[in-house]
Design a protein around this ligand. Structure first.
Ligand code: ATP
Length: 539
């Protein structure tokens, strides 16, 4: 028998079956009609009505049994305007629900279709001029993670963008979530830079404003290194200048700055108060500074070890902040002779410094406008625990800046969504948490004022400092009005008499407590700036 013959027989059997069913139903209705003595239309309507009522009764009974099994003995809430708006897809439970939140969470899968956000579990608070803050409880068994990882779709349900939303988890309860919904895109209005009082009152070191205007930053620089990335002209240098200004206001003389200005101008305002300031993009200069800092780290490590062995308290070290502007240039092999080897050396030494320095009070901040894979070697950038990413135009660049696994973290913010027209906007990613901030843009006069005050304070400490070879060298250079003296001249002035020039160099360097500087032409000596910076930070 062919396939077609089989098909024809199946169709015929189905038609006969349907006819049989129709005859039985008609017979059944006719029997009821005769029994009740009604006409045909009335009998059909009566049967349909009975079936609908039965369906409703079964659905009601099911809801009651489910509530009793869940241990919910609350009496149904009084009907309110809120219950009138049923979230799409959610069953009508006898509790007043928050329609907007319930619908957004159900539709995005943060809660199930038969779950709701009861109105009595929502606290909505107006933030004048900004938007609204909802603090609410998720249904039992749900956690804030369900909301955090769906912020994009939730924003879409609430009729805004991801950047309009800020989510906070509770420290008290897994089910408690706070969502701030902004009326306008973030940073549509300009925030005034913070005052000295506000900076000092902030618990930690402020990096910028949050979307609602509060200060935001890092808890402390101790054990923190920061990678700042963003495309050109997005506001990296301004953000870090603001950060240094806050550091000087909040901690005054408690920190030393070592600045390597790869952009030749970005960090220049702070040159006068830095322990060391250099404007260069030469890997050899970075290597020299890395050697100096690694020596300090090593020395401090030995001191800590000794204290441990002798069961003495952990020694306190004066913190050093090493900031490199436009770091990528130092790791670029431009094909020049010896460059490849120099780059390989600075790469390894940078990795060592960033990974080992924190315990010894040396923090590293690197900035780059080229967040591409090879710009800052992965084994160096992987060491930064705190990341700041300004506008970048791709996911790849965002991953370089914020880490490869950034988009699997809780509530990530895609930096490509930031408005590049609003400079200084950045995603601050620290301790697994993302916060949208905008760096401070202090007026130059304010920054200069803070720098000059710091300089005066340090100078006064220097004047009051006891006589030392370094102080003598500084006085001599100032008297002669020179900014550099050779090792040989200083040896004479300090009465260093040794037969061997290498031994002379070592003794002078030890007396001055500063590494010598090599001028073009290979002449070794000491710069007034390095000596004063070292004296200011010591005294
Ligand atoms: N928070 C801010 N508020 C207002 N303007 C800002 C802010 N941050 C930066 N700008 C402005 O944006 C411009 C670029 O800033 P900046 O030089 O800091 O960017 P950058 O990322 O370091 O640039 P590049 O990498 O090209 O050197 C400057 O004109 C600066 O005044």
């Amino acid at each position: 028998m062919s396939k077609k013959d089989n098909q024809d027989q199946d169709d015929a059997a189905r038609a006969v079956g349907a006819l049989g069913g129709l005859v039985i139903i008609t017979g059944f209705i006719a029997a009821i009609k005769d029994w009740l003595g009604l006409g045909w239309p009335a009998t059909v309507m009566l049967i349909v009505g009975v079936l609908l009522a039965l369906g409703y009764g079964i659905w009601k009974a099911k809801g009651l049994i489910r509530r009793l099994m869940a241990g919910d003995t609350r009496s149904p809430a009084p009907p309110s305007q809120e219950t009138a708006v049923e979230p799409a897809g959610a069953p009508a439970l006898d509790v007043a629900v928050h329609p907007e939140l319930t619908e957004a969470l159900v539709r995005t899968g943060a809660i199930a279709r038969d779950e709701v956000i009861p109105l009595h579990d929502v606290h909505a608070q107006e933030i004048p001029g900004y938007g609204i803050r909802y603090t609410f409880l998720l249904p039992k068994g749900r956690t804030h993670e369900e909301v955090s990882k769906r912020l994009g779709p939730i924003a879409s349900m609430l009729g805004v963008t991801r950047l309009h939303l800020k989510v906070e988890a509770s420290r008290r309860n897994e089910r408690e979530v706070t969502i701030v919904k902004l009326d306008e895109p973030p940073f549509s209005r300009i925030f005034e830079p913070p005052t000295r009082k506000e900076i000092k009152a902030y618990k930690g070191l402020a990096l910028g404003h949050e979307v609602t205007g509060e200060l935001c930053g890092i808890t402390s620089l101790e054990k923190t290194s920061i990678l700042v990335a963003g495309m050109t002209q997005t506001g990296k240098t301004t953000l870090i200048n603001g950060f240094i200004t806050c550091l000087l206001i909040a901690y005054g003389d408690e920190y030393d700055l070592v600045l390597l200005d790869g952009k030749f101008i970005g960090l220049a305002p702070f040159a006068r108060i830095a322990l060391r300031y250099q404007a260069s993009d030469d890997p050899a200069v970075l290597e020299e500074i890395l050697d100096e800092l690694l020596a300090i780290v090593h020395k401090r490590y030995e001191e800590r070890k000794k204290a441990r062995l002798e069961r003495k308290p952990e020694p306190k070290f004066r913190p050093i902040v090493f900031i490199v502007d436009e770091a990528a240039d130092f790791y670029a092999d431009n094909g020049a002779k010896g460059r490849k080897e120099a780059v390989a050396r600075v790469e390894e030494k940078s990795r060592q410094l960033v990974s080992k320095s924190l315990e010894s009070g040396v923090s590293v901040i690197m900035m780059t406008q080229r967040p591409d894979k090879d710009a800052i070697p992965v084994n160096v950038r992987a060491q930064f625990q705190c990341r700041v990413c300004l506008y970048v135009d791709s996911e790849g660049a965002a991953k370089v800046a914020l880490g490869d696994s950034y988009f699997t973290t809780r509530s990530p913010i895609h930096p490509a969504l930031l408005n590049p027209e609003i400079q200084g906007q950045a995603v601050l990613f620290a301790r697994g948490q993302s916060t949208l901030i905008r760096g401070f843009n202090f007026p130059e006069t304010f920054m200069w004022e803070v720098i000059d005050e710091t300089y005066e304070r340090r100078k006064n400490r220097l004047i009051a400092a006891p006589e030392s070879p370094r102080k003598k060298a500084i006085d001599l250079m100032r008297a002669r009005q020179v900014d550099f003296m050779t090792t040989a001249d200083l040896a004479e002035a300090l009465n260093v008499v040794e037969a061997n020039p290498i031994a002379v160099g070592k003794t002078v360097s030890k007396l001055l407590g500063v590494a010598p500087h090599k001028r073009s032409g290979g002449v070794r000596g000491y710069r007034l700036a390095d000596l004063t910076a070292a004296a200011m930070s010591d005294s």
